[in-house]
Design a binder for this molecule. Structure first.
Ligand code: NAP
Length: 242
């Protein structure tokens, strides 16, 4: 049985390493990042062309099961996979890493709402870690932004006062503490991505008394099977009828 592994995350790469070559897997990346970290084993890159394209692709490639290990905020891909797998009765699992505890943070539902909080609270030095697509809502802000992204935002997305820091995690506590302190950050804006690779910024912010505005996760589609760890996902694959 061939298994489609929807990826773009460290967990997806770790799962590919666990499964390849014992299982017939193909990993899929969206193709957003020019030089992506590639999982082991076969990889395809690029969108499927919506629900219709995904349905066609799954049939053409004789896929017998789908593990969705995309980022918790990749809601469109997750919705498409859940819909198509339900329609064609394909075994389907979502690997969603546990969320961070939002205690102490201002919890919001969107990057637009986060931008309102930053404006309303008159924060002046913002550490923005919501990714390239999360920059635009802050474009009209007068605050200064340290914008950490993997791929540079377009010029028209950027607020007037900013510095772009191109980098890719993981990030350790000491470096995050230094970054927040040296840049005199007064608020951290983050998605509730969860996971250990980027959570040090939350501990550093707490220790420095930096406020946190956290964007809550989009809900998962109703009725999907969900696990939180690579180990559980590997066990689910092992339990499939091969
Ligand atoms: P999204 O909004 O849910 O997806 C938008 C479209 O991108 C999908 O409809 C699909 O295009 C395509 N796509 C997304 N993930 C894909 C995959 N793994 N393989 C093939 N096509 C994919 O997703 P996104 O938030 O833009 O994230 C894109 C990728 O970056 C994901 O793989 C995700 O794991 C990774 N990532 C996202 C974030 C984040 O904060 N959103 C952070 C880190 C990594 P079609 O409709 O044409 O099939």
């Amino acid at each position: 049985m061939r298994i489609l592994l929807l990826g773009g995350t460290g967990e997806a790469r770790a799962l590919a390493t666990r499964l390849h070559p014992d299982y017939d897997i193909v990993s899929s990346l969206a193709g957003r990042v020019p030089d992506p970290a590639l999982p082991v084993g076969p990889v395809r890159i690029g969108g499927f062309g919506g629900v219709t394209g995904l349905r066609q692709w799954l049939g053409d490639n004789e896929i017998g099961a789908v593990v969705d290990a995309t980022h918790p905020f990749a809601a469109t891909m997750t919705a498409h996979a859940a819909q198509v797998c339900a329609e064609i009765d394909l075994p389907h699992l979502v690997l969603s890493r546990p969320a961070w505890d939002p205690a102490g943070a201002v919890l919001v539902d969107s990057d637009v709402e986060a931008a309102h909080v930053v404006a309303d609270q008159h924060y002046s030095r913002v550490f923005l870690t919501t990714g390239r697509s999360g920059v635009r809502p802050f474009a009209d802000s007068d605050a200064w932004f340290l914008i950490r992204v993997v791929t540079p935002p377009d010029a028209d997305m950027l607020p007037v006062h900013h510095e772009v820091l191109l980098s890719r995690g993981p990030y350790g506590y000491d470096d995050e503490h230094t970054l927040l302190r040296d840049n005199r950050i007064d608020v951290l804006v983050t998605k509730n991505s969860g996971g250990l690779l980027t959570e040090a910024k939350l501990r550093a912010a707490a220790d420095l008394g930096v406020a946190v505005v956290m964007i809550d996760r989009p809900p998962l589609p109703a009725g999907v099977d969900v696990v939180g760890t690579v180990e559980e996902a590997a066990a689910w694959v092992a339990g499939l009828e091969q």
